[in-house]
Design a protein around this ligand. Structure first.
Ligand code: ATP
Ligand code: MG
Length: 536
């Protein structure tokens, strides 16, 4: 019997790429796309074909196997986006080893924490990442071997090139088979609410992502398609998209970091058609005057995810750039990529979309206890998901896994949201971030979305500050647009005219230079709370 108020995405009947290991899939697809250009470094113009990726990654796999790297061993890649990133990734997949991508700009504490969780045997590292790694290397109780992604004049560590210079690959080379639940990647969550968690994503999880793209986005299954790879590969969102691009043969123009001019110049120069973005970049595209100086008419579709995208900002971008669609998606590192996304040829501003194929969802009452019934349409509660996109668990942390995936296999997202009568989902905010004002719950994301529509406001973040009488008071941190004279009074008036009384910024308004964010574009409200506390 079907349980009431459990929603199901369309059945997953997609035939492509079933029963393969990711290594087998990539080996096959890289050779199919052969001499097409796979990646271009936007800073240097350096190009790399699919065939070059294939040859370099095969050679590296042979070298690593000789050194003793085995199935299920861990390797880390600690790098900003560059065209070498995919070489150790593919090599590890051929051997059945697990890839742990690391943010090269992690603080010492985060890096040590991340390395201690997964204990990789090898760390493939960029010139940016090595600085951080060396600070921590002596503090680790086992010693990973360091291999530079590219030549480096400042240290003597081996490079991929030096490791593979005498290697030959013979025709018997093959990628090993793995089970569905083989752990392919352990990306770390963004660390928005605490230290990053090591999330085990399986062969099935990532194959499912690629297979879904084959039907949900047929326009990208083509070697002529040009995309921009700006979001960091070390985050699950962009890592999955990297695999999709390699599988379907798209040409990716790679940027290692966000720089206003470089970003816009790259889109204009390479006539970028598809981009994956996060909300802060959408705010930039919607509001920054510099955007008008560039020809961005090549952009067809924008995908956006990872944090709350305000309806107004989405509309502003769609209008300003005249793009075909802005496709929102919602997911967690723990759900591989999007479990909910806007279906093809549909636009519903404000909604994150409908369920992915083969995925089920329910919305449960907040603090309702295990046995409470799932809620019907338009009722706000915690979003829970089940299906082939859900992680295997947190690495070496059964307690955290059990607290997130219940005994019936439901992943509890920690996010508050609802679905409407057409089964479109809406994400309100994180449960942990809701501000409690006199028994009311105020989602900071709603206030932030409103503040961003105020002219003179470049960026905004809202937190609850403790208050004896009310519990918490909403307070805003504001970054002014360059040259703007906007005052706290102007902003208060703007908000008071538009929102009900309990949502007003009674905790005050503070002007700051920039809002702290994670590499995946999420507001670090905990950092703002700490800043606020330290100034008391
Ligand atoms: P950590 O779990 O380490 O504290 P994190 O939850 O930010 O960090 P991620 O897995 O990168 O790490 O992010 C998942 C979260 O991002 C979701 O739980 C949700 O809060 C937010 N999110 C993702 N997509 C959207 C979206 N489209 N709209 C609103 N929020 C989103
Ligand atoms: Mg999380």
């Amino acid at each position: 019997m079907q349980q009431k108020n459990i929603l199901h995405g369309p059945p997953d009947t997609i035939p492509q790429f079933k029963n393969l290991s990711m290594g087998q899939l990539l080996l096959n697809q890289l050779s199919v796309h052969g001499n097409w250009v796979a990646q271009v470094d936007a800073l240097t113009g350096r190009k790399q074909t699919f065939k070059e990726i294939l040859i370099d990654s095969q050679k590296l796999a042979v070298a690593l196997e000789k050194e003793g790297l085995k199935k299920n061993d861990h390797i880390a890649i600690c790098s900003e986006n560059n065209i070498e990133f995919c070489i150790p990734m593919c090599a590890a997949f051929y051997l059945g080893a697990t890839v742990c991508p690391l943010n090269p700009l992690y603080s010492e504490r985060e890096l040590k924490h991340a390395l201690t969780i997964t204990k990789p045997k090898y760390i493939f590292v960029s010139a940016v990442g090595i600085v951080n790694i060396l600070k921590n290397h002596n503090q680790l109780f086992w010693l990973p071997k360091l291999i530079m992604l590219t030549e480096s004049k400042v240290n003597k560590f081996p490079t991929i090139k030096s490791l593979t210079s005498n290697v030959t690959v013979d025709s018997s080379f093959h990628a090993c088979a793995v089970d569905d639940d083989h752990v392919l990647v352990i990306p770390y969550s963004s660390g928005t609410t605490g230290l990053p968690k090591g999330v085990m994503l399986t062969n099935k999880n990532l194959l499912t992502v690629i297979r879904h793209f084959a039907v949900s986005t047929p326009e990208i299954l083509n070697t002529n398609v040009i995309t921009l790879a700006l979001l960091p590969f070390f985050h699950a969102y962009s890592f999955s998209v990297l695999l999709v691009r390699l599988a379907f043969g798209n040409k990716s123009i790679i940027l290692p970091r966000f720089d206003e001019k470089m970003f816009l110049q790259t889109i204009e120069k390479y006539r970028i058609e598809y981009i994956t973005l996060v909300p802060p970049l959408m705010v930039f595209l919607a509001k920054h005057p510099i955007v008008d100086k560039y020809d961005l008419s090549s952009i067809k579709d924008i995908w956006c995810g990872a944090a709350h995208l305000s309806e107004d900002i989405a509309k502003m971008v769609a209008e300003r750039l005249n793009v075909r669609s802005i496709k929102q998606g919602y997911g967690l590192t723990e759900t591989t990529l999007a479990v909910v996304k806007l279906p093809n040829n549909s636009m519903k501003y404000g909604s994150v979309g409908t369920l992915a194929p083969g995925t089920s969802a329910k919305v449960i009452p907040i603090n309702g206890g295990e046995s409470s019934e799932p809620l019907g349409p338009n009722k706000m509660g915690e979003l829970c998901f089940k299906g082939d996109l859900i992680m295997k668990g947190y690495y070496n942390d059964e307690k955290a896994t059990a607290a997130t995936i219940d005994k019936d296999g439901w992943l509890h997202s920690g996010d508050i949201g609802y679905y409407d009568e057409q089964c479109y989902f809406y994400v309100v905010d994180r449960l942990k971030e809701l501000i409690k004002y006199k028994g009311y719950q105020v989602p900071p994301a709603e206030l932030e979305a409103l503040l961003l529509t105020c002219s003179g406001v470049k960026d905004a973040a809202v937190i609850g500050i403790p208050n004896e009488e009310a519990g918490e008071l909403p307070a805003a941190f504001i970054v002014k647009q360059d040259g703007s004279n906007i005052t706290a009074e102007d902003i208060t008036k703007f908000v008071n005219e538009r929102l009900s009384s309990h949502k007003r910024l009674r905790g005050g308004i503070r002007f700051i230079q920039s809002i702290p964010k994670t590499a995946s574009g999420k507001i670090l409200r905990r950092v703002l709370r700490d800043t606020f506390k330290s100034k008391l």
